[in-house]
Design a protein around this ligand. Structure first.
Ligand code: ADP
Ligand code: MG
Length: 797
């Protein structure tokens, strides 16, 4: 500018005037430029310094225009940020060659007077050119854009941060176009999870990762999400590139992305969780199924320190075991405790406490009382563990052991019965043995007494002595007979009987037996079956029971005899101890006497058990009855209460056949005796002698032998015929039956009469005689023997 002015050749005054005008103009322009709110400058590209700058530069860089101008050519490069220098260099180089009306922009940093970097944006045009037309000065404006740059920078930084968060996020994420459903961005985790490359993703839509059958469901979910301005959470199945299906949890956010409506998707792979849950559900179902199958209840029982208790879990079996539902006790166990048997309650509570204290496994057997099932037995096993609150939790099982308990009780009762039966059996054997031996002696005593009596004048004092001996021997014989009856060694001749008829025939004798003060009532059943039994045994039973009834009544009272038909099935017998299923005739004798306590009742059938004084009772009455009933396969039901009387009910098996006609009367005196030959065998010499004497007195010819061998020899030597064999059963060499069989080969029509203290089943099966075999019980009187012998001969003809 100054050069141009210096080249003017106008006259002085004009020059002066002009100079004044110029100055004024310069001043005016200067003021205008200085008032501009933007930095304006002229920069010399060659000299590299500001030829001019307005005042605004001071507010940007902190230097006055004068300071700027004075700084000289080195200024600009030193103030320029080194990183921006190449850019500015380039900018200036372009300005040097562009046309005049070209405006070029450039952004760069300069250091202000305080040493801070300021961002400037300059817009420059070529201003002065040299003769060759190269621009060497530029005219420009500069704007302080430091603030804007800062904002931009922060924006860029935050964008980078977000990009990092997206890219480096461990959760698979993507952005897709809400309209076209195309993937717009996917992160590394998504690429890693799904197996698609980034390019594959970006060239497809989100339908690519869904199984075909889920697509309609997916569109529904998208529609729903569109209406939702917030985060949409959903579950889905996605397909990986290799075809594997995975379960995912998806969070979907609406997002503006490059001016489009998109959604940002966050994926959480929950396949393993879903699988684990499915497995858990599966094993839970399995356990629940098993628990429902197990007889009884499987449960967890929780006892808190404050005393509260409940069943967090119990299987459906709870209904069976306690008749409460699992829901009823889930929060409070009280209903279960209400079912416990009052006698077991304290024991249960105490043992639970004990188990909670020691953490020892819990076992118990206890009773419950249930509304429907009544009294039942329960067995419980449980394992405790300590809980945080100091209480305990048991895992356990309770089962029904009612049947087992009943079986145990039955077994114990049966064992009692067996022990009782065994005791009776051994006592019976003992009694039978004693009776057998004393019988022989009694027979000798009685026989000889009878013989002596015949030879003594009844008016002599000796006769009375002999009578006493016979009476005593007879009482003893009666006793031993009772013992034999009890031992079931009594030999019997059973017949089919009408029980009512047999009892009726005895009433007269029984009335005499019980005396006048006691009323005897007879209640026969209107229709009654038959029994097969020796009638003398019915006599024995009724006599013994009636005498006992009489003895139990002091003063006046009543005895009732009744009969009835009875049938018992298995169920009845299961609940009635001692009863055996089948059809029976009942014969019962009841009295209104003093009755018995349980202890007495338990022993009444034992031989020699008596509560009566010495000489009053032998203790053999009921033992006899017992033996008889057992021998006939029956049983006895005895009931008694102290002060209320007693009933003995005897059950005898019903017989299908008809009653036989009444037994024929024995032979009369006139019929007694005969001429036949008898072979008599007896190993006891005293008895043999006695028997021989007796029989010979009746006129028989007697061959006497003390051993079977001798008997056989005698038989062989004897020329005439032998009509009857009378033999003892039990002998050392050979028993009576074998002897008889031997002799039968020679004398096929030989009649046999056996004598014995007891039969020992040798001639009779279970004490029952075969047809054609005769038997006389030792001891016997001479008359009884003669009658038996005659009876045997009669049967032959
Ligand atoms: P005994 O009559 O000789 O004592 P039993 O065998 O007949 O022997 O009876 C045994 C015991 O059973 C009797 O002593 C008596 O205590 C008791 N007893 C039997 N029958 C009755 C009854 N009808 N009432 C009360 N007690 C009875
Ligand atoms: Mg008696």
């Amino acid at each position: 500018m100054s050069e141009k002015a210096a080249r003017s050749d106008k006259p002085d005054e004009m020059r002066e005037q002009a100079h004044g005008t110029l100055k004024h103009t310069q001043h005016l322009v200067g003021r205008i430029l200085d008032s501009a709110p933007i930095v304006l400058y002229i920069y010399d590209l060659v000299e590299r310094h500001y030829v001019y700058s307005n005042r605004e530069i001071a507010s940007v860089l902190g230097y006055t225009p004068k300071q700027i101008g004075a700084l000289g050519s080195a200024l600009f490069p030193t103030l320029l940020h080194p990183d921006d220098a190449p850019l500015v260099e380039q900018h200036h180089a372009r300005l040097a060659v562009v046309g005049d009306d070209e405006v070029l922009e450039c952004e760069y940093r300069m250091k202000d007077a305080k040493g801070q970097w300021r961002w400037l944006k300059s817009r420059d045009v070529p201003f002065a050119r040299d003769r060759q037309g190269h621009c060497h000065q530029i005219l420009g404006s500069a704007e302080d854009i430091t603030d804007r740059k800062g904002t931009e920078q922060r924006l860029r930084e935050s964008e980078a941060r977000y990009r990092d968060m997206f890219e480096a996020n461990p959760h698979p994420m993507w952005v897709f176009d809400a309209e076209t459903l195309r993937f717009l961005a996917v992160n590394d985790a998504a690429v890693a999870l799904y197996g698609y490359s980034r390019d594959e993703f970006l060239s497809s839509t989100i339908e690519a990762i869904r199984p075909a059958e889920d697509l309609s469901h997916m569109h529904e979910a998208l529609d729903r999400a569109r209406g939702n301005p917030g985060v949409d959470q959903t579950w889905a199945r996605h397909r990986k590139r290799d075809g594997t299906l995975i379960n995912v949890e998806i969070a979907s956010h609406p997002l503006e992305f490059g001016g489009r409506r998109t959604r940002l998707i966050l994926v959480h792979d929950i396949t393993r969780r879903v699988q684990a849950e499915a497995e858990r559900q599966h094993s839970y179902n399995l356990l629940a199924k098993l628990a429902a199958q197990v007889p009884g209840v499987i449960y967890q029982y929780r006892l808190c320190l404050d005393g509260r208790s409940f069943f967090p879990y119990s299987s459906p079996g709870m209904e069976d075991i306690y008749e409460v539902s699992p829901e009823d006790v889930r929060e409070d166990a009280t209903p279960v405790f209400g079912r416990l048997h009052p006698d077991d309650y304290d024991y249960i509570v105490a043992s639970i406490q004990e188990s909670a204290r020691t953490l020892q496994p819990y076992h118990s057997e206890f009773r419950v009382v249930l509304p429907r099932q009544g009294l039942r037995w329960r067995l419980c096993h449980a394992i405790p563990e300590r809980m945080e609150d100091g209480g305990a939790l048991w895992h356990g099982i309770i089962s029904d052991i009612t049947d087992r308990k009943r079986a145990e009780a039955e077994k114990a009762a049966l064992q009692d019965q067996l022990a009782q039966a065994q005791k009776m059996e051994s006592v019976g054997r003992l009694a039978g043995g004693v009776a057998h031996d004393s019988n022989n002696m009694l027979a000798v005593i009685m026989g000889h007494t009878e013989l002596a009596l015949e030879q003594v004048d009844p008016n002599q004092p000796l006769y009375a002595n002999l009578e006493e001996i016979r009476a005593a021997a007879e009482r003893s014989a009666a006793l031993t007979r009772q013992l034999l009856a009890f031992a079931r060694k009594q030999t019997i001749a059973p017949r089919v009987l009408d029980l009512n008829e047999t009892v009726s025939g005895m009433l007269k004798m029984l009335r005499r037996l019980i005396g006048e003060n006691i009323d005897l009532t007879w209640k026969p059943a209107s229709t009654l079956g038959h029994v097969k039994m020796d009638p003398s045994q019915i006599d024995q039973i009724l006599a013994n029971l009636s005498v006992n009834a009489r003895d139990a009544i002091s003063g006046v009272g009543k005895v009732t005899i009744e009969t009835a038909d009875e049938e018992f099935d298995d169920a009845y017998c299961a609940s009635h101890q001692g009863f055996v299923p089948g059809a029976y005739l009942m014969l019962a004798v009841s009295d209104t006497g003093r009755g018995m306590d349980r202890e007495t009742l338990a022993h009444v059938f034992e031989p020699f058990f008596t509560t009566k004084g010495v000489g009053e009772g032998t203790g053999l009455g009921l033992a006899t009855v017992y033996g008889i009933v057992k021998q006939n396969n029956g049983f006895i039901d005895a009931r008694s209460e102290p002060g209320l009387g007693t009933t003995f009910a005897i059950y005898l098996p019903r017989h299908a056949g008809k009653a036989a006609t009444a037994a024929t009367e024995g032979p009369t005196e006139a019929e007694m005796g005969g001429r036949e030959t008898i072979l008599l065998v007896e190993d006891e010499p005293a008895l043999l002698k006695l028997g021989k004497t007796m029989l010979e007195r009746w006129g028989y010819t007697v061959l006497a032998a003390t051993t079977p061998t001798e008997a056989i020899r005698l038989a062989e030597q004897h020329a005439g015929s032998i009509h009857l064999l009378v033999t003892d059963v039990v002998m050392p060499e050979m028993n009576g039956r074998d002897l008889a069989e031997h002799l039968l080969t020679r004398y096929p029509t030989l009649t046999r009469l056996f004598t014995s203290g007891y039969t020992a089943d040798i001639i009779a099966r279970h004490g029952v005689l075969d047809e054609g075999v005769h038997f006389i019980q030792k001891p016997f009187s001479a008359g009884a023997l003669a009658a038996k012998v005659r009876e045997a001969f009669k049967a032959r003809t």
